[in-house]
Design a protein around this ligand. Structure first.
Ligand code: DLL
Length: 441
């Protein structure tokens, strides 16, 4: 009698890396050793680090325990811009196997580089993330992160290959084609930004295709802040599990941290390769303890081409003990970037807070944008949000009033709400722009 074939992936080996199962003590021992090496390496090879440390009166030899890291100066995006393009590289140009760059909205792009070993480590950590999120070797993986200078496409691609999946390198955009390929190639997993998955789901519904009818089972989403409410929305829309993946180009790219499919309780940071710290958002000299909310800072522990020490991400979150991978701490959701913070008459507000509240109101969809204007020398915020198809124009007014009330109660700001028709706001094709600052500069 012939046996029924095994479900995809179940027959292929999928072992964890030994570092994934290490205890916290073992991880910290590795961190200390690698931190000493990295700080000395950067000091000896990158003039900017030598200059900074000499100016601050610290020396790599001062690093005796992990807490000593706090004595060393920070690195900022501006440092990479000042040394554009390759001034912070620590290896001769011929040893740089790949370059990526992020355009940013202002100024010069930040350029980052990788040796062959860096690329291999990156793929390994990305593969850890995908495995933790439930992606299995042998699956087909539809990769809709943008390919090119952005680290999303090629980073996620290498991760999926390393895990042993079949990668479909679709890149971002061309939503109709995305849908055709999802239907024809039957991928089990999709990798893209949360707002782009929403765009794809929306477009499917408009084409009369039920997103729940596709072969997709898991989505690994990142590159922009998103909320639990958005997770719920996407999981319901597609009938999938949606997990987070975090990263930034200056530190590596996607795969610095990834989330467990079973727990869905925040992304585990691969602490054998990165040492995270949380800074007090109001006093950068204070490093906060686990559980406290502040700015995330990273030090690379193995990077060769671009070692990065105490890099200020400007991402706001907190660290928590590991669960699915107990030796590695988790990060909470990124509530926002300090540069995305809107200060409205003294009250701080992030787009994620608005997203959370919008998705509590039955008639409102997750398609929204925030507009800041200054009509009478006073800043004013307008939340433009699409009503859902099944919410009539009559009911839209009440939905808007409910949102206005929720924002007042939970955030403390008074803002205008403009409930607009479905399909009237721009759709995401990657990282979505949420804030439109229309004040005269
Ligand atoms: O966005 C890398 C990436 C690609 C991560 C694909 C995940 C998936 P950058 O373009 O350098 O790199 O932008 C990094 O994006 O500092 C955060 O503000 C934001 N970000 C990235 N992942 C998440 C996430 C890539 N999971 C910046 N949640 C970071 C919230 C995220 N924000």
């Amino acid at each position: 009698m012939t046996q029924a074939p095994a479900a995809p992936g179940t027959s292929l080996p999928n072992p964890l890396d030994p570092e994934e199962t290490m205890s916290r003590d073992q991880i910290e021992a590795i961190q200390l050793e690698r931190l000493k090496e990295t700080v000395a390496y950067a000091y000896n090879r990158v003039p900017l680090y030598k200059e900074k440390y000499d100016d601050a009166g610290v020396h790599p030899g001062d690093l005796k325990e992990l807490a000593d890291l706090a004595k060393f100066p920070f690195t900022e995006k501006e440092d990479l811009r000042r040394t554009y393009p390759f001034g912070m590289f620590a290896v001769p140009r011929e040893e740089v196997a790949r370059i990526h760059a992020s355009s940013g909205t202002t100024g010069r792009p930040t350029v980052v580089g990788y040796t062959d070993t860096d690329l291999d480590n990156w793929a390994t950590l990305g593969a850890r993330c995908l495995r933790l999120s439930g992606v299995k070797p042998g699956w087909r993986v539809h990769n809709a992160y943008g390919y090119g200078l952005f680290t999303g496409g090629l980073g996620a691609h290498a991760a999926a290959e390393k895990l042993g999946t079949t990668v479909i390198p679709m890149s971002g955009g061309q939503t109709e084609k995305q849908i055709t390929l999802i239907q024809d190639f039957q991928p089990e997993a999709i990798l893209c930004t949360p707002t782009y998955l929403l765009t794809i789901g929306d477009a499917m519904q408009h084409a009369g295709i039920d997103p729940r009818s596709t072969s997709l089972r898991v989505a690994v989403l990142g590159a922009e802040p998103w909320t639990e409410e958005m997770r719920h929305e996407l999981e319901e829309m597609f009938g999938i599990d949606a997990c987070d993946i975090y990263g930034l180009s200056e530190v590596m790219g996607p795969g610095v941290a990834g989330e467990s499919n079973e727990k869905k309780d925040g992304s585990h940071i691969w602490e054998d390769h990165f040492r995270p710290e949380i800074l007090d958002a109001f006093d950068e000299t204070r490093v906060l303890g686990d559980g406290e909310h502040g700015e995330l800072v990273f030090t690379s522990l193995t990077k060769q081409a671009l070692p990065i020490i105490r890099y200020r991400t400007h991402d706001l979150t907190r660290l928590m003990p590991g669960t699915a991978r107990p030796g590695h701490r988790r990060m909470g959701r990124i509530t926002g970037r300090s540069d995305d913070m809107i200060i409205l008459r003294g009250v701080n507000l992030f787009p994620t807070q608005v997203e959370e509240l919008i998705l509590k109101v039955a008639g409102l969809s997750p398609h929204f944008q925030l507009e800041i204007t200054r009509p009478n020398r006073m800043d004013e915020l307008t939340v433009k949000v699409e009503r859902r198809e099944d919410c009539t124009t009559d009911r839209a007014g009440a939905a808007g009033a409910e949102l206005q009330k929720l924002i007042k109660i939970h955030i403390g700001s008074t803002c205008r709400i403009d409930v607009v028709d479905p399909e009237s706001l721009p759709r995401s094709v990657g990282k979505l722009k949420r804030i439109y600052d229309l004040r005269d500069k």
